[in-house]
Design a protein around this ligand. Structure first.
Ligand code: SDX
Length: 406
């Protein structure tokens, strides 16, 4: 590789900011065709998985690079069921943190997953069987944790998992305390399938950086949760719904979004580093939103979203800005009675399948991630004694908080 200039003046060396377009590694897990707006998990179009698969089967596909036989799927499901329950200490933390401290659901999820490691005596074992077991354990338990967080935020006691329900149905059962209508269990299953993996997104990359140092699987997943928490990544689904609530009525939508664009604000749920076409997951979620909002009598949110989509594509479609997965997911989940503060934890509850599958894939031919910076600081200088120092006139420029951007 030609020698890159590592000491330069600001702006002198060109490099892709945000590692745009930089290849991190080879993978067989998923492919995002950004130009055509297509997504494949191990070569299978997301539309076919959403139509025919289940989250358990999709998780198996991501972990083992093939669809399971009937017997394998039943055994895999039984392993996920076996790991659903949480240690009582984790339930206790979730109840205390959600009612006593001003913790966000994503920070409670991050801490609860971290706690799980203390109850797993092979958590520090660096072997493929241990990592495979942890992948299944953590993926299964994150649903239980997220449901417990949702209830604790309302001052409700957790509902313990049932072994006889599917992963998606059991999640809704633990969240609402009653067996879900099969239609909504299917909608939740599709939501989990759609969010399970998505190439080298920020949270998957964070997981891989941690795993590349041979750190443990729990730490790698906690890194993924931490990255997904940000509003530019997983946190956009909640903000997108709150935007619709702020707009209030469909007749306000067009003026609202035009005014926001005039102020150069970012519309949550639009744009994507890779998709320069319509996110196929958003299309599938839109189609579910039609039925779910009709059943819930919340059609006005879908109407507002469709108006915003039209205006955004008219204005920014030529720049490759279209709805992404976060735009309609909130309309669907809120119409199912799920609070918007649970949207991102649900995203994480699904994406942990991809995080752990990529971590296992990388562990087989691992190399620690270690990119470079271009140093544009001051010339090499010397330490200055305290009495000779003077306060600089100009402090370094502070960042602009997202609130000013959105
Ligand atoms: C997810 O990577 C993944 O795969 C992520 C994900 C996954 O499954 O893991 O798909 C999930 O994170 C979806 C994205 C959710 N985030 C949002 O909806 C937040 C709003 N969107 C953005 O902030 C933005 O589009 C990003 C962060 C998603 C992508 O940012 P990029 O690629 O760094 O794009 P950019 O910030 O350089 O923007 C390029 C231009 C800018 O305009 P100019 O300065 O060139 O004039 O597009 C504009 C931006 O202002 N732009 C938007 C916009 N997104 C980009 N303008 C208005 N509204 C937006 N949403």
């Amino acid at each position: 590789m030609s020698e890159v200039k590592l000491v330069a003046k600001p702006g002198e060396v060109q490099f892709p900011k945000g590692l745009e377009g930089v290849i991190a590694r080879e993978t067989t897990k998923s492919y995002v065709d950004g130009q055509r707006g297509r997504l494949y998990y191990h070569g299978i179009p997301i539309e076919e998985l959403a139509e025919n698969s289940t989250y358990e089967e999709t998780f198996f596909l991501l972990l083992y690079d093939r669809l399971p036989t009937e017997g394998e799927l039943e055994y895999f499901k039984s392993r996920m069921v076996q790991y659903r329950e949480l240690p009582s200490e984790v339930y206790d933390y979730i109840c205390k943190a959600s009612s006593r401290y001003n913790d966000t659901p994503m920070s409670v999820l991050r801490t609860a997953v971290s706690m799980l490691a203390s109850f797993d005596d092979s958590a520090e074992e660096d072997s493929l069987p241990a990592h495979e077991r942890e992948a299944i354990k953590i993926t299964s338990r994150m649903a239980t944790i997220t449901a417990a967080i949702g209830r604790a935020r309302k001052g409700l006691a957790p509902i313990h998992p049932r072994p006889d329900l599917s992963h998606a149905a059991n999640f809704l059962y633990m969240l609402f305390g009653e067996e879900p209508d099969p239609y909504y269990a299917r909608v939740m299953d599709v939501i989990l399938i759609l969010h399970a993996d998505h190439g080298c997104n920020a949270s998957t990359f964070a997981t891989l950086v941690v795993k590349s140092t041979l750190s443990d699987m729990y730490s790698s997943v906690v890194a993924g949760i931490a990255a997904l928490k940000g509003p530019l990544h997983g946190g956009a689904n909640q903000r997108a719904l709150r935007m619709l609530k702020e707009i209030g009525e469909p007749e306000n939508a067009e003026a609202w979004v035009l005014k926001a664009l005039e102020k150069k604000r970012r519309i949550m749920g639009f744009g994507h580093r890779v998709y320069k076409a319509y996110d196929p997951r958003a299309r599938i979620l839109h189609d579910y939103a039609v039925e779910v909002t009709k059943r819930a009598g919340t059609e006005k949110y879908l109407k507002m979203a469709e108006i915003i989509e039209r205006v955004m594509i008219e204005r920014l479609g030529k720049k490759g800005i279209f709805p992404n997965v976060d735009f309609y997911s909130g309309v669907v989940m809120s119409s199912m009675g799920i609070d918007d503060e649970l949207f991102t934890p649900i995203f994480a509850t699904s994406r942990v399948a991809g995080w752990t599958a990529h971590a296992l894939e990388q562990r087989v031919d691992n190399r620690i991630y270690r990119p470079r910076f271009v140093y544009v600081g001051p010339e090499i200088d010397h330490w200055v004694p305290l009495e000779e120092r003077v306060k600089p006139e100009k402090e370094p420029t502070p960042f602009t908080p997202l609130e000013k951007l959105v």
